[in-house]
Design a protein around this ligand. Structure first.
Ligand code: HEC
Ligand code: HEC
Ligand code: HEC
Ligand code: HEC
Length: 189
């Protein structure tokens, strides 16, 4: 008995031409996958997790260690007061998608290994801190206000200094980040 002839089609031996398609196809799939992070609900929920952010930021910079030592992670109440995305990802759908697509570019940076523990402080932190600070100033510290509402503050029980500043900040055209820069991370030197 002779072996049955393999069926043509899906399982037939790929032609050379088709094989050439693999690298390009692979790269395309990778890029689409990265962009899809911004689009799918699953991606959205998963990527809002601290673990996801830790995946790259641990070992690349000292951001996670600083955050974990800060009052939004370590405090007398023992609650995680704010995750990375609470402060960095806008809640509205479209800004969120836009930001995630922007962040997909980070993946490409990471793969090229541009940022590491040696060069983060001197070459990258100043630029990144400035970018994020600018965003907070532009949007009037919007993410802070998801949780903190000045009109809810008990001024009687705040220090005189804090109470006075919070009550006058609006009139003085100041926003949270003007006084609370470095709330979760070290500031650039
Ligand atoms: C795939 C790796 C990777 C993941 C996952 C990741 N980051 Fe990043 N992140 C980077 C890289 C690389 C940079 C530096 C980008 C640059 O040099 O412009 C960066 C920069 C940033 C910045 C600086 C501002 C900016 O827009 O570049 C913030 C804020 C940030 N990440 C927050 C987060 C948060 C929040 C998460 C989780 C939701 C997260 N990152 C997940 C790799 C990652
Ligand atoms: C309480 C809000 C808050 C939390 C939580 C937070 N950040 Fe930030 N982050 C900021 C602010 C504000 C800045 C702007 C610079 C500054 O004032 O420190 C910033 C700046 C950054 C930068 C730019 C580099 C730098 O040193 O300024 C990166 C990267 C970043 N954050 C990533 C993260 C990641 C990853 C997490 C979670 C591990 C996180 N952040 C948690 C508020 C926060
Ligand atoms: C997801 C909610 C959330 C977000 C977003 C958030 N915070 Fe907080 N923040 C808290 C909670 C809860 C506490 C109280 C933690 C505790 O029990 O000590 C706190 C504490 C603080 C404190 C007091 C810290 C101390 O030393 O005791 C300051 C100042 C503060 N936040 C400023 C900010 C600023 C500025 C931003 C935006 C960059 C921000 N927070 C974003 C929930 C949040
Ligand atoms: C003009 C400066 C200024 C601005 C603007 C400002 N703060 Fe404050 N804030 C202070 C000072 C000063 C303190 C008390 C000293 C400290 O703990 O850093 C304080 C304390 C706090 C505390 C701790 C209060 C307590 O009694 O435990 C929180 C929370 C806080 N600020 C949140 C915010 C948020 C959110 C915004 C933006 C809506 C904001 N602050 C804007 C100056 C300011």
């Amino acid at each position: 008995m002779s072996n049955p002839q393999p069926k043509k089609g899906l399982w037939s031996k790929p032609s050379k031409k088709w094989l050439l398609g693999i690298p390009l196809g692979g790269i395309l799939a990778f890029i689409l996958g990265a962009f899809a992070l911004g689009g799918f609900h699953f991606g959205m929920t998963y990527t809002n997790n601290n673990d996801f952010c830790y995946g790259c930021h641990v070992g690349m910079d000292t951001i996670v260690e600083e955050y974990e030592a800060s009052p939004h992670f370590t405090n007398t109440k023992g609650v995680v007061a704010a995750t990375c995305s609470d402060c960095h990802v806008p809640q509205e759908f479209f800004p969120k998608v836009a930001l995630k697509i922007g962040a997909s570019v980070d993946i490409i940076h990471m793969i090229t290994g541009k940022i590491n523990l040696e060069n983060f402080e001197s070459e990258h932190r100043p630029r990144l801190a400035e970018k994020v600070t600018h965003e907070f100033k532009e949007n009037d510290s919007k993410q802070c206000r998801y949780c903190h509402d000045v009109t809810q503050m008990d001024f009687e029980n705040q220090s005189r200094n804090a109470s006075r500043r919070h009550q006058t900040m609006e009139a003085r055209g100041l926003t949270c980040i003007d006084c609370h820069a470095g709330i979760a991370h070290k500031l650039p030197e």
